[in-house]
Design a binder for this molecule. Sequence first.
Ligand code: PGA
Length: 245
Amino acid sequence: MKITIVKDYAAASETAGKLMSDFVKANPSCNLCLPTGSTPEGPFEVLVRNAKAENISFANVKGFNMDEYAGLGRDDPNGYYYFVKQRIYDHLNIPPENTDAPEADAADLQAACDAYTKRVAAAGGFDFTLLGIGTDGHIAFNMPADVFHLNTHLEDLSEETIEANARFFDDPDQVPKQAITSGVGMLFSSKVIVLVACGKSKAKIMAEWLNNPVMDPHLPASILHLHPNCTVIMDEEAASEVTVK
Ligand code: PGA
């Protein structure tokens, strides 16, 4: 695992966004696994800016949402597909049929999970995955648990996560209590993983993770200790309690 510490969120966004745009330039038919939240806003802006400046084509790129709130459809402004569409797809020449997300508004959510696992596998799996990290160590919506769930599955969101995500909703009661997420196995199978963590609120979990070379499903990001091509980008605040640098 490569650890990169930069000054602040703007620098982390530049670093992560450039890793993404350089990856697409070198791999024009790649599969991107894309997150939502505050963390990817900056890297996505840099990706779009670099793609335009460098004429990087997304015509053969496939974009996959890594997760989606249960019950929300693709045109729901609080939904994760909508988030990625607004920030990336609407600005680049990626064909809509090359974009995918779990069908979180399906009547049968288990069937939707299984179908997503199959679609991602049929496409060849993820090539490049951008991750944030929750203050409890979750990646995508893989919450702390007794086991690592490998495939797409439904998760009950922790109170901590529901509270953290309430800032995106007009009414905190609207935050869905469940989400569909790509499993840890799907994320881990990605050829390249870039995880970005910024701000004081991430300092404790980054220290708990990076200072301890153990794998523990109660801290889902810990599986990344073993990944052959994972870069962790932190700003100085998030890295402030990390002793292994
Ligand atoms: P954030 O969320 O990017 O909004 O901090 C990260 C996460 O919960 O995975």
